[in-house]
Design a binder for this molecule. Sequence first.
Ligand SMILES: NC(=O)c1ccc[n+]([C@@H]2O[C@H](COP(=O)([O-])OP(=O)(O)OC[C@H]3O[C@@H](n4cnc5c(N)ncnc54)[C@H](O)[C@@H]3O)[C@@H](O)[C@H]2O)c1
Ligand SMILES: [Zn+2]
Length: 345
Amino acid sequence: MKIFTVKGAAGTSRILVGERLQNLSRYVSGKRPVIITDTNVANLYQNYFPPADVITIGTGEKIKTLDTVRTVYDRLVDIEADRFSLIIGIGGGIVCDLAGYVASTYMRGVRFGFVATTLLAQVDASVGGKNGVNFGGYKNLVGTFNQPEFVLCDMALLQTLPDSEIANGMAEIVKHGLIADAKMFAFLEENGQAALALDPTTISYLVYNSVTIKAAVVNRDETEQGERRKLNFGHTFGHAIEKVTGMGHGEAVSIGMAIASAVSVARSGLTADELNRIKRLLPELNLPTRFRADSADIIDALGKDKKRAGDSVHFVLLNRIGRAEVKTLPLKELKHILNEFSTSS
Ligand SMILES: NC(=O)c1ccc[n+]([C@@H]2O[C@H](COP(=O)([O-])OP(=O)(O)OC[C@H]3O[C@@H](n4cnc5c(N)ncnc54)[C@H](O)[C@@H]3O)[C@@H](O)[C@H]2O)c1
Ligand SMILES: [Zn+2]
């Protein structure tokens, strides 16, 4: 096991990479804890949970709402949880985001920790102290910044994930390599198949490095003023593609990264050779680089993105593999490059 410590304004968080769910009780002190989990995770893993009150929520982005938060508050009142209670979210990004929000607000905040059970939650959602729920059709509109006391990342839990969930996590890992860690990118080029096979040593290395990178970026900029924007690499187009095509987040971000890399060759000094390496690695990790939709629809969705500034967008570009910068680019400049990545326009 490797332990990484994140020091944020809201507290210190220990990320335990390679710790087993079976050992969770070691991190529970004092009162009987309250576990928040979802139905899938409960069905698969509740036999490994320590003695606790268990609150089970549904699955899918639609349940990440204040209505669900209210049902959880009701249960907390029923079981007489108080400000000495420890809340543990065991699940993917949805459970962690919601459990973190509940723990940050119930009785003005109680202690909490996570067991991240998806690759995305391990490399992305559980690091950075953001939590919250969707509201009025907007993603993550209501939330707080608050660090969990611990995040346990058990690689064995990833074995039961569907392929789409592996893709979601893998895309963020590639993103971390591209914006901040050329060595991890090169490691992925060498070890892509072992990563896809979820080989524990390989995945541990990738999770640990991803956590380190995200934590470093977040530490420099906890409230998203500038540096943290780099974590949006591939996400400007990614979100637009996700919305228009209905593709999964990881797949859409993968295409977004391929597009942003192509723009980087024109605008930020990335070499054609590096672009080719990126376009080669993504498919090796079962991640797409082309989308099926009308480019105009993507540009339209991009125009509605909240990261927009007038007729321009804040766009994360690469100077080279392992180094990113944020630039403001006019929407119309992005339009023509998009056609190169569309298979049916
Ligand atoms: N807070 C942040 O910084 C941050 C960052 C990125 C994403 N997010 C949020 O994370 C959410 C997405 O997270 P996610 O992709 O983990 O989705 P998720 O939590 O919906 O999990 C995906 C699916 O996998 C199932 N699952 C979870 N663990 C499993 C396991 N070990 N085996 C089999 N199935 C399992 C879940 O029940 C669910 O059906 C989004 O709501 C997003 O906004 C937050
Ligand atoms: Zn993402």
